[in-house]
Design a protein around this ligand. Structure first.
Ligand SMILES: [Fe+2]
Length: 358
């Protein structure tokens, strides 16, 4: 029997077998994609309960970390966060201090990366320790316990989340279609934290963050819904859902007994913190608009009960790792003749769009 025609099949098989340990390790990691990991995406394993076991275990471990870190957070804020899944803290900084922060954030010209989703551009600049050396008001914010502690507790990690200057630019990408972040969705299968200290006022016209209050809670109905999603897994109609970020239809929302989303129209100097296991979205807007914020993001291994330590060295390594990863994605994309999903962009664009009335 000739071997040559079989070679591509053999090569594929060997490559697949080599990846099995990686796929297995990802079962106990943040990996969420049904599409990219055949173990997580196996409808047979998910029928047997693989996905829902991960969901329950991850929530249990996060609860334990919240308990271990309980002294960081006032009881009233904890209750609110458990009940609704988000916190809104207005007038967060004293007025003078906020004015200094605003001046720095608007004036900073660090490396800006852009992600385009539909017609929305998201611009982010890393607020790493190196950047903070030039930004005293941002450095004071990061050192401020009233900011640090709620972020650490909601993220259930002592290590600080990644910090960025973020500008969401609605309607600025040409011909991109619909922004997938404007559909209600959960980011992943376990509690994660995102936070914005808004530099801009965010009325309805600027596409505020919106959240389905109480959708952070792992109820029996939600667990059944997660089960159904996992069984369909790789066959779900939405590409983001196939990658582990499930979308919520109106019918699903009613079935889950959840209220309509609350649109968080907030004034500048408001801190919003959300558990993005709960359903959330960017509100729809017509026409171009922007919103500027100091943004924090934390997604760590939900199966690790150890809440970590807050060491400056680890913090520096985290940012160095992020920079390395982004540069590697740049090189790989360039080799394919394209750009990475988070690609470098011209910071002058900020001024151009403001002149255009953002
Ligand atoms: Fe999200």
């Amino acid at each position: 029997m000739p071997v040559r025609p079989l070679l591509p099949h053999i090569q594929r098989l060997v490559r697949g077998l080599a990846l099995v340990p990686v796929w297995l390790a990802q079962v106990f990691w943040v990996t969420k994609s049904f599409e990219r990991n055949p173990i997580l995406g196996s409808s047979t394993l998910n029928r047997l309960g693989l996905h829902v076991t991960r969901v329950v275990l991850a929530h249990g471990v996060t609860r334990l970390r919240w308990l271990l870190m309980a002294p960081l957070m006032p009881a009233a804020l904890k209750r609110q966060y458990f009940k609704d899944g988000y916190l809104v803290i207005p007038d967060f900084l004293p007025r003078d201090e906020f004015a200094r922060l605003e001046q720095e954030v608007r004036g900073y010209r660090g490396e800006v990366r852009e992600c385009i989703q539909g017609d929305t551009q998201t611009h982010r600049t890393l607020l790493d320790p190196h950047a903070l050396d030039d930004l005293p008001a941002c450095a004071r914010l990061v050192a401020n316990r009233a900011y640090r502690h709620p972020l650490q507790w909601t993220a259930s990690r002592f290590g600080l989340p990644m910090l960025f200057i973020e500008e969401v630019r609605n309607g600025f990408a040409q011909g991109g279609g619909e922004d997938p972040q404007k559909n209600l969705h959960a980011d992943t299968f376990h509690p994660t934290m995102k936070a914005w200290l808004f530099i801009d006022d965010v009325p309805a016209s600027r596409g505020p963050f919106s959240y389905v209050a109480g959708s952070n809670r792992l109820t029996w109905k939600r667990l059944c819904w997660q089960y159904q999603q996992s069984v369909r897994g790789r066959d779900l109609p939405d590409r983001y859902a196939r990658r582990g970020s499930p979308r919520l239809t109106e019918t699903d929302r009613e079935g889950l007994g959840l209220p309509p989303a609350t649109r968080l129209d907030v004034p500048r100097n408001t801190l919003v913190i959300a558990n993005t296991f709960g359903f959330h979205a960017r509100s729809a807007v017509t026409g171009p608009s922007t919103r500027l914020a100091v943004y924090a993001d934390s997604r760590t291994n939900p199966f690790n009960p150890w809440p970590g330590v807050d060491l400056p060295l680890f913090n520096r390594l985290k940012y160095a790792g992020m920079r390395y990863l982004r540069r590697r994605q740049d090189r790989r994309a360039a080799a394919r003749g394209t750009v990475a999903s988070w690609h470098l962009t011209n910071p002058r664009g900020n001024e151009d769009h403001k002149a255009a009335g953002g």
